[in-house]
Write a protein that binds this ligand. Structure first.
Ligand code: ZN
Length: 100
């Protein structure tokens, strides 16, 4: 089904289930689970916090696995950089407190 026109719905359902399971498992283990908005986490430099002209953008940017920030010169692995940004967003959320 993932290769048909219904791919988007099918894959969305997969993520929904994963989220439900994570929420359940984290609550059970006493771990904070927080879903964050990952917008721009691929494009933002995790070192200087800017969105430099050299970062991967749009559909053409999907193929870019490694890039160097034109602002601060840091070399990034696309996924590691995005993961650092997602972690940083989560930590900011923790700093202001998570509503229960
Ligand atoms: Zn940078």
């Amino acid at each position: 089904m993932a290769k048909t026109k219904m791919a988007k719905s099918v894959l969305d359902a997969g993520w929904g289930t994963l989220k439900t399971m994570l929420e359940y498992k984290c609550a059970h283990a006493g771990i904070v689970f927080e879903e964050i908005n990952e917008s721009y986490t691929t494009q933002t430099c995790s070192c200087c916090g800017n969105i430099p002209v050299s970062s991967p953008k749009g559909r053409a940017g999907l193929r870019i696995r490694e890039w160097t920030c034109s602002n601060c010169g840091t070399a990034h692995d696309r996924d590691v950089n995005a993961a650092k940004n997602i972690l940083a967003v989560g930590h900011d959320r923790l700093a202001v407190g998570i509503p229960h």
